[in-house]
Design a protein around this ligand. Structure first.
Ligand code: PRP
Length: 210
């Protein structure tokens, strides 16, 4: 979107709300965003920013294709989809990890192909390739924890934040694969053509986060 503003894709939900607070503290707020309505786009002509709420897993698509100049996306999405964007900053929020988990009595029979349920087939494949384990990926879109409970898979590769979802479903984390946190990313062309403002924003954010 080329409207002379910095177009910012934020992930809908708790993470997006906390990142919005950072933007506001640094002078890039947009009062209209707090009005109670169902709008998805909010513009502040005074400081030249335009925010929009996007499904978290779609932020990288908006940024990669230039519909947004910058955005906030989890490292899980960056690792899974490898979007062609610049990573400008680790926002050190939305901290969690990608882990292998399974039932507490799970035992890995290495003579058999391991059935792995996940929303992140590329991350899972990469991990098991590295350790040389033969796997069968079962791609799911949510509620991954159900898979080993119902015998659909032997293990899952999923995001663990507090560990509560695993615990409450009788599952245990076994191996951590990678640490995850929210990242500020930029469209490559925007980074060139709107460099002054994008750099100003990212430098302020980096300084604020420390
Ligand atoms: C993620 C993940 C786990 C849960 C982990 O799910 O898939 O289910 O969070 O958090 P916890 O360790 O704090 O319990 P998300 O909320 O993204 O929903 P979905 O995977 O069902 O879409």
């Amino acid at each position: 979107m080329n409207n002379g503003m910095i177009n910012i894709a934020l992930p809908k939900g708790r993470l997006g709300e906390s990142v919005l607070e950072i933007f506001e503290k640094l002078g890039y707020g947009c009062p209209a965003i707090h009005e109670k309505n169902r709008k998805l786009i909010f513009t502040n002509e005074e400081n030249g920013v335009c925010f929009f709420w996007v499904k978290p897993s779609d932020v990288a698509i908006y940024v990669e294709r230039g519909a947004a100049d910058i955005g906030v996306v989890g490292r899980d999405i960056l690792l899974e989809y490898s979007p062609d964007v610049y990573e400008l900053a680790d926002l050190k929020t939305g901290i969690c990890r990608m882990a292998v988990a399974g039932k507490s009595d799970y035992y890995d029979d290495t003579t058999k192909t391991l059935r792995v349920a996940t929303k992140f087939p590329n991350i899972a494949r990469g991990y098991y390739e590295k350790i040389g384990r033969d796997i069968d990926i079962i791609k799911l879109n949510g509620s991954i924890e159900l898979a080993p409970i119902l015998g659909l898979s032997d293990v899952i590769v999923d995001i663990v934040e507090t560990g509560k979802t695993l615990y409450e479903n009788g599952l245990e984390p076994y191996t951590d694969i990678v640490d995850i946190s929210a990242r500020l990313v930029s469209n490559k062309a925007s980074y060139k053509f709107k460099n002054g403002k994008i750099k100003e924003i990212s430098e302020k954010i980096i300084e604020y986060i420390g």
